[in-house]
Design a protein around this ligand. Structure first.
Ligand SMILES: Nc1ncnc2c1ncn2[C@@H]1O[C@H](COP(=O)(O)OP(=O)(O)O)[C@@H](O)[C@H]1O
Ligand SMILES: [Mg+2]
Length: 260
C-alpha cells in the first residue's frame, strides 16, 4: 500500500437553512503529502466534519476540487478509510462483526478478516468483548471498535474525525502510540480532526487551524519535533501556546457572532 498525496483546492460549501444559505466552508486550500500526518483543529461548529465529509464523498461541495495523487477524489473512494465522528456501529452486529464490516464489503474471506480483527481488537483492549453488542459498550470502547474497523481496511488515506474524543487519558495515550506505530509499518496519509491541541501536537507533522465558521485555513504550523514527543519539552509548550492563542481568537469570534 503506497500512501497518496491529497490536494484540496478552494473548497466552498453552504447549507440551506430557513431558506437562506448558511456558509460553512469558505475556500479551503490544503495539501497533505504522501505519508504525511496533518491534524486540523478549529472551533466547534466551524466546519471540520463537513470538510472530511466532502473528502469522503458523503457531501458534495458547491465549488472546489479534490485530488488524490492527481486523480479526482470522487473516483478514488476505494483508497479512503473514513472514521466518522459518530461511530456508526451496527447495533445488531457483535463487536467482531462490526470490526470486520469493511473487510467483508471488500470481499476478504471471513476467516482471514477475523484473524486480522482479533489481533487489533486485542491491541485495543477489547479482547474480552468480541461477542458483545455495541449497546453493551462504553463510548470509548465503541470508538475503539470504529477505529479498528477503519484501520483494518489498510487504505492509503485515513480520515479520522475526533477518533479519541471519548477515551480516558491512558487509553488515548496508548492509541496515539499505536497509531504512530501503525503508520511506521504501513505509512498512510493521515488527516485527523481533533479539538485537542496537545493531541494534534503529539501526533501530526503539521497542524492546520481553521477560522470560526465559515471555515478558512487560518494558519498551518510545522511540528518539527522528534517522536516520541514530550509534552513538557519547551519547544512543545511554545507550539501549544501558539495554537492556543490562534484558537482563542477564533473562539472569541464565535462568541461575538453568536451574541449578535
Ligand atoms: N447537512 C447539514 N445541513 C445543515 N447544516 C449543517 C449540515 N451539516 C452541518 N451543518 C452545520 O454546519 C456547521 C458546521 O458543522 P460541522 O462541519 O459538523 O462542524 P464541526 O465538525 O467543526 O463541529 C454547523 O453549524 C452545522 O450545524
Ligand atoms: Mg465535527
Amino acid at each position: 500500500m503506497r500512501p497518496l498525496k491529497l490536494q484540496v483546492e478552494d473548497l466552498h460549501k453552504s447549507f440551506l437553512r430557513s431558506g437562506s444559505a448558511f456558509k460553512v466552508l469558505d475556500g479551503i486550500n490544503l495539501e497533505v503529502g504522501a505519508g504525511e500526518f496533518v491534524a486540523i483543529i478549529g472551533p466547534s461548529g466551524c466546519g471540520k466534519t463537513t470538510l472530511l465529509n466532502i473528502i469522503g464523498s458523503l457531501v458534495k461541495p458547491d465549488a472546489g476540487r479534490l485530488w488524490l495523487d492527481g486523480q479526482p477524489v470522487p473516483d478514488c473512494q476505494g483508497h479512503i478509510a473514513y472514521m466518522q465522528q459518530k461511530d456508526l456501529l451496527l447495533p445488531w452486529r457483535k463487536v467482531l462483526d462490526n470490526a470486520i464490516l469493511g473487510l467483508e464489503v471488500e470481499g476478504v474471506p471471513r476467516k482471514q478478516a477475523c484473524q486480522r480483527a482479533h489481533a487489533l481488537l486485542r491491541h485495543f483492549g477489547l479482547a474480552g468483548f468480541q461477542s458483545a453488542y455495541p449497546n453493551q459498550l462504553s463510548g470509548g470502547m465503541r470508538q475503539r471498535v470504529a477505529l479498528a474497523r477503519t484501520l483494518l481496511l489498510e487504505k492509503p488515506l485515513w480520515l479520522l474525525d475526533e477518533p479519541f474524543g471519548a477515551l480516558d487519558a491512558m487509553t488515548r495515550r496508548h492509541l496515539h502510540h499505536y497509531l504512530l506505530q501503525a503508520r511506521q509499518q504501513a505509512p498512510a496519509t493521515t488527516l485527523l480532526v481533533t479539538h485537542d491541541i496537545e493531541e494534534a501536537l503529539v501526533l501530526a507533522d503539521r497542524v492546520g487551524v481553521l477560522t470560526a465558521r465559515p471555515a478558512r485555513i487560518k494558519a498551518i504550523l510545522n511540528v518539527e519535533l522528534p517522536r516520541p514527543r514530550r509534552v513538557t519539552a519547551p519547544e512543545f509548550v511554545t507550539l501549544k501556546e501558539e495554537l492556543f492563542e490562534l484558537l482563542q481568537e477564533e473562539r472569541l469570534e464565535t462568541m461575538i457572532y453568536d451574541a449578535a
